[in-house]
Design a protein around this ligand. Structure first.
Ligand SMILES: [Fe+2]
Ligand SMILES: [Fe+2]
Length: 170
């Protein structure tokens, strides 16, 4: 069991935060479906499934530690973007926000000397480094290609994930 209620609350909030990432990316994928960029739609569809997997990691961890699971309401995500660049900026902002949320839980677990939670969170710290880098790189590419439809379509083709829309719950 986890003795700190503050820590349990933060872990439950993180289920919601990861589900919010899921919702943002699913809505972003939906927006891309209204554009010619079907590769970007597939990329964010896959990202949404990954985020759902992250939420389930927190869920399973709380269950394993015999802590009470609370499923909190997920806010409605934006579903309209001005451009590919603004969507990419929103994705980077969301990843930076999640990184700060993970650091906050880590810091609470340090205060509580909950070593198991520190160990559990290690995977997420590493994952966020990767996710921020991916989002930053993608923003760089689309900023460079912005205003050049052929370049954007080339990026779009390359963006299709290797296993498109597979139920990857990494
Ligand atoms: Fe995540
Ligand atoms: Fe993420």
């Amino acid at each position: 069991m986890i003795s700190s209620q503050t820590l349990v609350d933060l872990l439950n909030e993180q289920i919601r935060n990861e589900l919010y990432s899921h919702a943002i990316y699913l809505a972003m994928s939906g927006w891309y479906e209204t554009t010619p960029f079907k590769g970007f739609a597939a990329k964010y569809h896959a990202a949404a499934l990954e985020e759902h997997g992250h939420a389930m990691r927190f869920y399973t961890y709380l269950a394993d530690r015999d802590a009470r699971i609370k499923v909190l309401a997920v806010p409605e995500p934006p579903f309209e973007y001005e451009s590919v660049v603004s969507a990419a900026k929103a994705a980077l902002e969301q990843e930076r926000l999640v990184s700060s949320q993970i650091r906050k839980i880590y810091s609470q677990a340090q205060k509580d000397e909950d070593f198991e939670t520190l160990s559990f969170l290690k995977w997420f710290l590493d994952e966020q480094v990767e996710e921020e880098k991916t989002a930053q790189d993608f923003l760089g590419y689309v900023e460079l290609a912005a205003g050049h439809p052929v370049a954007l379509l080339e990026l779009d083709e390359k963006a299709i994930p290797a296993v498109a829309a597979s139920p990857d719950t990494k």
